[in-house]
Design a protein. Sequence first.
Length: 166
Amino acid sequence: MGAGIELPPENLDGYTFLLLGKHCLIRLTEEKSIRFCKGHTIDELFLPKQNARAKLVRWLKENARRIFASVTEEKAHEMGVAYASASVSSAKSRWGSCSSEDKIRYTFRLLYAPREAIEYVVVHELAHVKHKNHSAAFWETVERYVPDWKKRRKWLKTHRLLMEIF
Ligand SMILES: [Zn+2]
């Protein structure tokens, strides 16, 4: 499939996926808790054998919640936008959404994307607080804070298969 993305096999040991745009190798262990090790070219995630998949998804959601909340807060401050909340979902159809009550949601799978792509989605959703549509004024707002948004959006389109992982 496009962008060399492979869906996870039944046995996750040795499976490599993207985490914040960087390759991350899964190693199943007898340990009780998850351990993340940063490497030069590849990161490693040591995952307990027992309920590996469920534990991994919980870990991904926790990190997604923490990281997206902080980027949203930072960008909202920069844009002078007040949103109601920022939370994480398991959506497979969209990277993010903003409700009429200004509640922003991101799929935890956005965590696979590089920081630049995450920031584009965050700014996109925050621009919806001001504009509840995709009008020219909406895109002007996006462009002001992310001038190269087209490149970042293209990355997300090319890597759409990431929506199917976990
Ligand atoms: Zn939109």
